[in-house]
Ligand binder design. Structure first.
Ligand code: BEZ
Ligand code: FE
Length: 305
């Protein structure tokens, strides 16, 4: 019979993974065991606390559906998503900065014509025209690149969070393909700051720990060109009051764009403006490389150009 004490138990569990055929899986599992054991020893974790943690994680899993990812949300609010982002993007070489994918990269990103209003059902939001270009690090335009776009409505909810999503379908969510000059453009509404979902275990933790649940206003972009690293990022609205305290720690200075109020009667593509509107201009610079963009939940794999 083998009996372990507090100190040799960790080594025994680490050793139990010694025959793992995949060396990277072996390394990840053994390091995980060491970190978890260290946490338990250091904190003197009680049975009640262990039980609470198991229940919390169980409820986190139970909250996940085809259009809701509570585990990504947990990773986001603990700063784990941004840490994974940081260790995987140590050297940007002038490429556009990256940030979290977030839990709402779900639903269909249909290829959409440039200039389309991707928020046609929302007539109450302030109108915004987004003009953008995708280039390499030398400024050479990249043509035929799929760019997925998604953002929250002016009520602070993504289409996939709405109870009538199955009937209404995608809103403020689309895929554009860059033209020969690397450009794409579209119309939408001005996004607003919004709270992450607080009706699940993650939100409960945020409320109980007296953190605020807000994210500063932003538009998400996923740019996925053959021969280049997939770019997962947001463009944030300058002046938002939550830029310095994003609940998921996702803001980077270079991702904050000035969004200018305009009164011109026409938008840059010649379409009629109907009163005041806002102009967002932002360029994306891609770094050569490979890798696949994530395709979580219901999202169809992004075809590469
Ligand atoms: C989002 O921007 O969609 C998001 C990111 C992380 C957590 C919650 C929401
Ligand atoms: Fe978002």
């Amino acid at each position: 019979m083998t009996q372990f004490n507090e100190t040799d138990l960790t080594q025994a569990v680490v050793k139990s993974f010694d025959s793992t055929p995949n060396p990277r899986a072996k390394f990840l599992l053994q390091e995980l065991v060491k970190s978890l054991h260290d946490y338990v020893s250091k904190t003197g974790l009680t049975f009640e606390e262990w039980d609470y943690a198991i229940d919390f994680l169980t409820r986190t899993g139970q909250k996940c559906t085809d259009t809701r990812q509570e585990f990504i949300l947990l990773s986001d609010v603990l700063g784990v998503s941004m840490l994974v982002d940081a260790v995987n993007h140590r050297d940007r070489d002038g490429a556009t900065q990256t940030t979290v994918l977030g839990p709402f990269y779900v639903g269909e990103h249909k290829v959409t014509a440039h200039g389309t209003d991707i928020s046609p059902n929302n007539q109450t939001g302030e109108r915004m025209f987004v003009q953008s270009r995708v280039t390499d690090l030398q400024g050479k335009p990249l043509a035929n690149v799929p760019v997925d776009v998604w953002h929250a409505d002016d009520d602070g909810f993504y289409d996939s969070q709405k109870p009538n999503y199955d009937e209404v379908g995608a809103s403020a969510r689309a895929r554009f393909i860059t033209d020969n000059d690397g450009r794409f453009f579209f119309r939408t509404i001005l996004p607003c700051s919004y709270p992450i979902p607080t009706d699940g275990p993650v939100g409960e933790m945020i409320v109980q720990t007296k953190r605020h649940p807000m994210r500063p206003a932003h538009v998400h972009f996923l740019v996925n060109a053959r021969g280049y690293e997939p770019l997962i990022t947001h463009v944030f609205m300058d002046g938002d009051k939550y830029l310095d305290s994003d609940v998921v720690f996702g803001v980077k200075d270079d991702l904050v764009a000035k969004v200018e109020p305009r009164n011109d009667p026409a938008m840059p593509d010649g379409s009629k403006a109907n009163g005041q509107w806002h102009l967002m201009t932002y360029e994306f610079h891609l770094k050569p490389g490979g890798g696949m963009a994530p395709t979580p939940l219901g999202v169809k794999a992004v075809e590469r150009a």
